[in-house]
Write a protein that binds this ligand. Structure first.
Ligand SMILES: [Zn+2]
Length: 90
């Protein structure tokens, strides 16, 4: 995988990947699995499941190219598999 430059976020401590939402709570880094942004990481409010009104949301990764998104979706659907031979190391 290519390495993406992290520049879309302004956290108190980018080294730790630690962000704080508007509630003042640590905002864990998650991965999006929507059709539009599969595999793209983001920070969101940790209480969003509890119906929090906090609208905190920041992408970690830049938007992937259309091709990258396409490949990820194909992998998820099992349509496109890495070749079985060779040394494929994660
Ligand atoms: Zn919050």
């Amino acid at each position: 995988m290519e390495k993406y430059t992290i520049s879309a976020i302004s956290c108190k401590s980018e080294l730790d990947g630690e962000c704080y939402c508007y509630c003042g709570l640590p905002s864990p880094r998650r991965t999006s699995w929507t059709w539009l942004n599969p595999g793209r990481r983001f920070h969101g409010c940790s209480r969003y499941r509890e119906g929090s009104k906090c609208q905190y949301f920041k992408w970690v990764d830049r938007k992937f190219s259309d091709r990258a998104t396409e490949v990820i979706l194909e992998l998820l659907e099992g349509l496109n598999q890495p070749p079985p031979t060779g040394r494929f190391q994660g």
